[in-house]
Design a protein around this ligand. Structure first.
Ligand SMILES: [Mg+2]
Length: 220
């Protein structure tokens, strides 16, 4: 990382800055059950992420009834939000997260967070987030979430930063994908559920044990 000059770091939230305790398996099962109850047959069995499953099912339903599509979607989001908020109430930031932001700002690095989690859950875990991070864009703030490039691009516009000066940091290969599709640098961190090999396979430029390692390696 020494050879690259960066002025911006955008982080994922769960598993990157906060302990990951969302039960994605439970979430997925609950949404699959809901999809079954609505009699929807997903067109693309490869769609594995919950938000994309909801979106695809909503689109399928909307071809028959806009009313049904909206009813399905609001029920689906109620289910996942209740799981996210319960996880947030029992969740916590990593002990070094606030220090990390303080250190980055001292090095004149702009900071952002982009997350597929809902605003309420993120602010439950990190109530003073606005004192630490320049831009926070949660699922509720944007139509197309990462890995769609809109999510990171929106953060960069708000920060006034260029992708080539930006590092995207996350605990999931989709964070690496988000960085790549926007033309940013990317680093995987091992504080979630993915291994070094997963990140190397997904094309991450760097793999760090944890996000706070940036303080030792980043050069403004
Ligand atoms: Mg994450």
């Amino acid at each position: 990382m020494d050879e690259v000059r960066l002025n911006t770091v955008v982080f994922d939230f769960d598993g990157t800055l906060a302990r990951l305790n969302i039960d994605f398996h439970l979430m997925r099962q609950a949404i699959l059950k809901l999809i079954g109850r609505w009699g929807i047959t997903p067109g693309n069995p490869d769609v594995s992420y919950v938000l994309e499953m909801i979106h695809e099912s909503e689109t399928l339903l909307s071809s028959q009834s806009l009313h049904d599509a909206r009813a399905f979607s609001s029920e689906a989001f109620r289910i996942i939000e209740s799981i996210e908020i319960r996880a947030a109430e029992n969740g916590e930031l990593f002990e070094w997260t606030r220090e990390l932001f303080i250190g980055l700002h001292a090095a004149n690095i702009h900071t952002g967070i982009i997350t597929r989690n809902c605003t309420k859950a993120v602010f439950t875990v990190f109530p003073d987030i606005a004192n630490h991070c320049d831009v926070v864009i949660c699922r509720d703030d944007i139509e197309r979430v990462k890995p769609h490039p809109d999510h990171l691009n929106r953060a960069l516009i708000q920060l006034g930063s260029r992708p080539c000066d930006t590092l995207m940091v996350g605990d999931h290969p989709l964070d690496v994908e988000a960085g790549r599709t926007s033309g940013a640098w990317s680093a995987g961190v091992l504080t979630g559920r993915h291994s070094r090999e997963d990140f190397i396979r997904s094309g991450a430029h760097w793999v760090l044990n944890r996000a706070s390692d940036l303080l030792e390696t980043i050069r403004p």
